[in-house]
Design a protein. Structure first.
Length: 752
């Protein structure tokens, strides 16, 4: 046995077929993972070994590997336990060794599992096992059942009557039935196929906003209930508003058992029938319900985590505005708007506060504060947090820019979800120990515009607000899944070794948090890195860490031009070969990618997949896979839910995608819902087929309810079945002066 639990050829074949990967590629990935390889590195730089398996497949293999190693370890524990009891038969051993399902494995172990004292164990203590075996065997003997059962009557053992003897025997039979793996499997299948989730409002339940109203009297088949409805019912149950059961027709369950147990008819049949009914009602019904509930939770958790994962992936890969100086504004009404300026690299420069919504004088003073800061620091963009007073602040800033004809400066609303969490975090305290929480928040807002990925990795992803019932799902699985998404996005984009924080560097393949801190410390003490090779001087970075991380780290204007690309240092000799064959320096090769068309591939010592990647990278060195930045434009006349009138066409940004639709920020402090049925004119099973988090979309208002704070939107209403845009009226722009607008807004001011 090696350090890692080895998997049998049968299990490897099973995994290969289950996730549809070639056996050779599967084995190679397992060997690379066991050798300390990371998923980003294996999928990017070991394509020859894996057969060009993408990151999704490599991660799937990693998950399957963990599952089956756990299963093998559990299997060995079970076999050892049964063998120690002296009850391990060849047939049982074979069934256990052929089981690839953890539930089935536990079913097989159930009869041999140490258990508390039950009615069946008490009956066995009274010597009634032979009578139970007689019933179970269903074979006639010379003695009728009544006479055979009478022989077990014993005052000493506590079996006073014939009925006592038969009842004890039935308890043993009932437990035998409840512990039979095949019977449990059949019942699970029955409940899954025919069971009904039935939820009801709990007695004395309080649901003031009627969040769970649709589930007060609700029924839906187990096999088809969508994950978001299952999660909603579970949350309602957790909040003591709902309770739910899994209903299945009792007679169908009893018939399922009888058809598999009753083989012949005799005087034992009535007793066996009673035992079957007892087994279902007392032992199996609640047990199978519990298992199905757990399975539904796992299924809905997996779906919710997948939704969260997809949303986070799209959010992290949102288009960056790039290296420009930005003024970040954390809006507020009476408490003022906190201002912070960062330079092109994200370095904090200055902060201030303005109070544009307190009076006309406050409006004028705020304009002066803004003008002074922007002139001093050559601000190129303004990022406004989308919280309280966001629309009012956005209006003030746009009019400020318009009046001064600052057309070269743009303002954009930025999601501030999680910014307050960051500003109070240890990371923020380390970064800005002398600054107030609100200023840290404004800095974070500014940086989110420059580079969403670099800033969002500092925040617990569960605080970003793109999850579906995120607090209800398995937190360990959720955390692992989200960490994997962050790792994937960071390595896909690449990380600047000389400007990135340790919070970003820690997600580079092979780099731990301690190593990331060491990299920043080395950089602070020795100046900027001039080459990737210099990484080897950082404490904690050995050959393996360097191998895993180097290709994802970028050095601009370094000693080697290849250090700014995704070409791995191990492939530099191949690039040198290319340059030599074309009689041109590597630097020239990068400047003039058209030269690569003349490359004779046959003369190069690299695999096809690796060579393709090298050539693609040299054509667009250090390319950013993210989209180009486009700022959304909210309608100025729509600031509150009441302003959103049916028929209006608005522009917004997708903030969250769920299984039932997408939420869109249209600038009224309450996201509207585009139900899945309103996303597209074609049938879609998953909303992600139509939209993604961070996408700018045009929507039509279907309804807006101020009381329930629910806004219903449509995207498909703006497109004909052919996909052409329909002619629809847009929200009209109001012709109001600044004073009129300020007066109008004063009635809406709230204490922040």
């Amino acid at each position: 046995m090696s350090e890692q639990t080895s998997l049998s050829p049968e299990i490897l074949q099973h995994i290969s077929q289950a996730i549809d990967v070639p056996l050779r590629g599967l084995v190679s990935v397992i060997e690379l993972l066991d050798g300390g390889g990371t998923v980003p590195f294996i999928s990017r730089y070991r394509k020859e070994a894996t057969g060009n398996l993408d990151e999704v497949k490599v991660r799937e293999i990693e998950e399957q590997l963990a599952y089956f190693r756990d299963l093998v370890a559990r299997r060995e524990t079970i076999l050892r336990s049964i063998e120690e009891q002296g009850k391990l038969t060849d047939e049982l051993k074979a069934r256990i060794e052929k089981s690839y399902d953890k539930s089935e494995l536990e079913d097989l172990y159930l009869p041999y599992k140490p258990k508390r004292r039950t009615k069946a164990t008490i009956a066995r203590e009274k010597g009634l096992e032979p009578l139970a075996q007689y019933l179970w065997a269903q074979q006639a003997t010379e003695l009728p059942l009544s006479e055979f059962a009478a022989s077990f009557i014993s005052e000493e053992k506590g079996v006073a009557t014939l009925d006592d003897a038969l009842e004890g025997a039935r308890h043993i039979v009932a437990e035998t039935i409840s512990e039979d793996a095949d019977l449990r499997k059949a019942l699970r299948q029955l409940v899954y196929e025919e069971g009904i989730i039935a939820s009801r409002k709990a007695t004395d339940a309080v649901d003031e906003q009627e969040k769970f109203k649709m589930y007060y009297e609700y029924r839906e088949p187990v096999k088809s209930i969508p994950s978001h409805r299952m999660l909603a019912i579970r949350r309602g149950e957790a909040e003591n508003v709902l309770f739910f059961l899994i209903e299945v027709e009792q007679q169908r369950a009893l018939d399922t058992l009888k058809s598999r147990i009753l083989r012949t008819s005799g005087d034992w049949t009535p007793q066996l029938t009673l035992a079957i009914e007892d087994a279902w009602q007392r032992l199996l019904n609640s047990s199978i319900q519990g298992e199905i509930r757990l399975e539904l939770k796992k299924r809905s958790d997996a779906d919710a985590i997948a939704v969260f994962r997809e949303n986070l992936h799209n959010l992290l890969l949102s288009a960056p505005a790039g290296p420009i100086s930005v003024l970040g504004i954390d809006p507020g009404l009476r408490t003022g708007c906190k201002l912070a300026i960062v330079d092109e690299t994200g370095k904090f420069l200055a902060h201030d506060v303005m109070y544009p919504f307190t009076s006309k004088n406050g409006l004028e003073q705020s304009a002066k504060v803004l003008e002074k800061l922007m002139a001093q620091h050559n601000v190129r963009a303004i990022a406004i947090g989308n919280g309280t007073a966001s629309r009012e602040t956005d209006q003030f800033v746009r009019e400020f820019l318009q009046e001064r004809k600052l057309d070269n400066i743009f303002a954009v609303t930025v999601s501030e979800s999680g910014a307050s969490v960051y500003s109070a975090s240890e990371v923020a305290r380390q970064e800005f120990p002398d600054l107030d929480l609100t200023v840290r928040g404004a800095i974070s807002i500014a940086r989110r515009l420059q580079d969403p990925l670099s800033e969002l990795v500092k925040v617990d992803p569960k605080s970003i607000g793109v999850g579906q019932y995120q607090h209800d799902v398995d937190q360990r699985n959720l955390q692992q899944s989200l960490e994997a998404v962050i790792e994937s996005c960071v390595n896909r984009v690449g990380v600047d070794l000389n400007t990135s924080s340790w919070t970003l560097l820690r997600y580079v393949a092979g780099v731990t948090e301690r190593t990331a801190i060491n990299i920043v410390k080395y950089r602070d003490e020795n100046g900027r890195f001039r080459s990737r090779a210099q990484l080897m001087k950082v404490p904690g970075i050995g050959p393996k860490t360097f191998e895993q991380a180097a290709g994802f780290l970028r050095i601009r204007d370094g000693e080697n031009p290849l250090d700014m690309t995704a070409v791995h240092p191990e492939s530099y000799p191949v690039v040198e070969q290319i340059a030599t064959s074309l009689k041109t320096p590597v630097q020239e090769l990068i400047k003039r990618p058209e030269l690569l068309e003349k490359v004779d591939r046959a003369q190069l010592t690299a695999g096809t997949f690796t060579l393709n990647d090298i050539l693609e990278e040299l054509k667009k060195p250090g390319r950013d896979p993210r989209d180009k930045f486009v700022a959304p434009s909210f309608a100025e006349s729509v600031r509150e839910i009441a302003d959103a009138q049916p028929g209006m066409v608005l522009e917004g940004i997708v903030t969250n995608v769920t299984k039932f639709g997408a939420f869109v920020d249209i600038g009224v402090h309450q996201d509207g819902l585009v139900h899945i049925s309103e996303l597209s004119n074609r049938y879609i099973k998953d909303p992600n087929e139509a939209v993604k988090v961070g996408q700018i979309v045009k929507v039509k208002v279907l309804s807006a309810d101020v009381k329930t704070k629910r806004i219903s939107l449509s995207i498909k209403a703006l497109t004909e079945p052919s996909g052409k845009q329909q002619a629809t009226k847009k929200a009209e722009k109001p012709q109001l002066s600044v004073e009129q607008k300020l007066s109008m807004l004063s009635t809406k001011w709230k204490v922040r």
